[in-house]
Design a protein. Structure first.
Length: 381
């Protein structure tokens, strides 16, 4: 197999290293914005060189972002080339487009690295739905925020200093806002739900709150009360063919599996008709786990395993009003909504009576404009 690698950053460099001594897969080109002198003639800056080379059978995209990645990948598929991508943003925003071009052209299309880093999560969802329905996908899906929360809980450090560590370790996105605000998790949840439920969710269907406002005092309060805070994503089938999907900081009792997830690890769970609850644990971010998943996809293509997007996706209506939970909320500016919700004071904030995620997130979006330091977390169970 001859491949072209688009992107030579943290993950691209790792993929190159894992492939450079193999006989079965040859890296013919590496595309980046500027020439890479140590790669000699393999280094290109013009995608048309790759597109026009009939010897390149597979394009590996690890550059990230929607454009020009979308244009490159659809062009490559129309030229009959297989695709392996780790690009969460592209998949979340253009799931229907890329999967339908893959179907139309009949090329292989694999993206295991897009969710869970080295964890074989998406291929397992495909296996599960061969036998019965998947009812729910959920979990800790972002290595950067898990690392930050874990270090804050265990060492009492400040949020800002730990974020810098996560960036240095290669876990964070180029712009860490996507990690911190939960946008990276939302993308991963959308992709997981799309594969699990054969749908194509939109961002508007998944309310999101990240960990940007969290303080060491919040964490000290959670520790005292026996809770651990995680950034958690859930997408669940609910009645009338709808989906309940949300990303929010969530408090787990210290003795739960979720609370124990350390450092940059992920814990991703599915609930399916016959297998019940299954959780997958592993490194969800970083050069080697992600490069490992990309190379596994290439090896699957060598074995003619084309991809796992075989169903026609159908839209699902949202219902984020169908269940309620209590929330911890720390805020400065009083509002009528919170006046009617507070059950008691707790640590640095309050605990609400049970409210729906839709109610809490719409209040949060509005309240955050006047109160940027606001923070909330749902109680699990
Ligand atoms: N920034 C992402 C994370 C990388 O921290 O999980 C892996 O998708």
């Amino acid at each position: 197999m001859n491949i072209a690698l688009l992107g030579y950053g943290t993950v691209g460099g790792g993929v190159y290293e894992l492939l450079k001594d193999r006989q079965d897969i040859t890296v013919k080109y590496v595309l980046d914005k500027a020439p890479i002198p140590e790669l000699g003639e393999r280094s290109v800056t013009d995608f048309s060189v790759i597109l026009q080379d009939g010897e390149v059978d597979t394009v590996v995209e690890v550059m990230g972002g929607s454009e020009p990645a979308l244009q490159y990948l659809t062009g490559a598929m129309h030229a009959g080339k297989n695709i392996v991508t780790a690009n969460k943003q592209l998949l979340a925003e253009h799931y229907d487009t890329v999967t339908s071009v893959a179907k139309e052209t009949g090329v292989g299309f694999r993206s295991s690295a897009a969710v869970g880093g080295g964890i074989p999560w998406l291929p397992n969802l495909q296996r599960q739905k061969r036998l019965g329905q998947i009812a729910e996908v959920c979990g800790i899906m972002n290595g950067t925020t898990n690392y930050i929360l874990d270090v804050m809980h265990k060492k009492g450090y400040d949020y800002d200093s730990v974020l810098q560590d996560a960036q240095r370790l290669g876990y964070a996105e180029a712009d860490p806002t996507a990690d911190i605000e939960g946008l990276d998790v939302r993308r991963k949840l959308m992709i997981s739900a799309n594969v699990a439920f054969d749908t194509s969710l939109t961002e508007q269907q998944v309310p999101v709150a990240g960990i940007a406002g969290i303080t060491r005092e919040d964490i000290a309060g959670f520790n005292e009360q026996g809770y651990v805070c995680k950034l958690y994503a859930t997408a669940r089938r609910v009645k009338d063919g709808a989906v309940m999907a949300v990303v929010e900081p969530t408090l787990f009792k210290a003795e739960t599996l979720e609370a124990a997830v350390p450092a940059n690890f992920n814990l991703i769970t599915s609930v399916s008709e016959y297998a019940g609850r299954q959780s997958f644990f592993g490194e969800g971010a970083g050069r080697w786990p992600t490069a490992f998943a990309v190379v596994q996809d290439l090896l699957d293509l060598c074995e003619k395993k084309q991809g796992f997007y075989t169903q026609i996706s159908q839209p699902m209506p949202s219902n984020n009003l169908c269940e309620e939970r209590r929330y911890y909320v720390r805020y400065l500016v009083d509002t009528w909504f919170m006046d009617g919700c507070v059950e008691k004071r707790w640590g640095n904030g309050v605990i609400t009576r049970p409210v729906t995620p839709a109610q809490m997130h719409s209040w949060y979006l509005e309240a955050r404009r006047n109160d940027p330091e606001i923070f909330f977390a749902a109680f699990n169970g």
